[in-house]
Design a protein around this ligand. Sequence first.
Ligand code: SF4
Ligand code: SF4
Length: 410
Amino acid sequence: MFDAFPEWVKITFYSLAALSVALFVLGAWLRARRYLKARKSGRFDHLAGRFAAAVRKLTLFRSRIWRRDMYAGIAHDLILWGFVVLFIGTVILTIDEEVTKLFFSFSFLRGTIYLVYSFFLDLFGILFLIGLGMMIVRRAFRRSSRLRYEEDAVPQAASMSQIILGDWIFLGLLVVVGLTGFIAEGFRIHVDGTTFAQEWSPLGVGLASLVGATGISTAASWDIHLGFWWVHALGALGFIAYIPFSKAFHILAGFGSLMFSDEKAGRRLEAPVSMEPSGLSQISDFSWVQLTHLDACIRCGRCEEVCPAYLSGLPISPRKLILELSARFRGMGPEKPMPVAGGMFSQEMLWACGTCIACMEACPLQAGRARAAHSGDAPVPGGAGLPGQEPSGGPRQPRKVWQLPGGAGE
Ligand code: SF4
Ligand code: SF4
């Protein structure tokens, strides 16, 4: 990787890499601090089975994200698996350069192994860019109602511009990293003068031919290669540092959400948080699993699309609820704790939820759970709290008794 670069490039790169990792660790710690303050949750049973189930839910063609939106599912999986293969490829290259070559004077990326390695990296890099292109087209030109947050799901604590900017920075950084990687490769192959038989990189060799056709000098090609390599490297390091502070954190939280979600959520309600009827107000009132669900949300709007209460015009949006809670717990909005029911959200909004769990079923990361935040204070006559959850003082009664008149879900 650094063979042909001056020493200062290597030193600067590794210094910036250390800074990037330090920022990642700082961001991860800030997130972890919130989880440490949260309520405990006994979801550490059957860890191996939970891990395997989460992997299964993400596996190609069975991914939950394919449901209800095949276009988004294909685009997402192209990005996901492209990213995974490129990341593994970079780790392999680093081990070859900085471990085996440096300490044992031996390179395993040679001959056929190198040809296969370069082919798969190019192939998955192309798929990665196709996936990103599909996502950009979807966001910019094919905007379904699910992606129009501004119309009905704007939280109070997170500004709309922050949300939209965050979405585009996330996509933009990945595009910059992917594109500049290929352009740098094209100029490098042109300088090296290698052919497809020597380097199975279809796109890289194709770009090198284009560079050659311009008649650009070798020296200029090398300088341009170095320029694009730096943009590629800074983009990748910037992305690593950006992960815990952004939507990109769903890469980690999404897996956690799938792994620790309650598979029996549709059949039972969680134990009461407290006997006080004031509801949930601070981080310590939520379990760390619920915080994982909040951090996993990618704002896709599938929960809203299937919510019978929202669709029937009741004043609830499961996405709005998740976005608002997520923003509050990231430190946005008012400083002092605010009760969820009657503070962040009106009682009418929370009691409009029929606890049908459709939002959670539709959520690709099993994060959508509007009913996670409710109070025992029912604003409707006959309100008596949800059976098995927070008591409000009255006798436990069937859903039809406490359900809002006209509300869906029964
Ligand atoms: S559980 Fe509540 S918020 Fe979720 S889909 Fe059902 S009614 Fe809507
Ligand atoms: S909770 Fe799930 S379904 Fe709803 S917007 Fe977030 S990721 Fe999408």
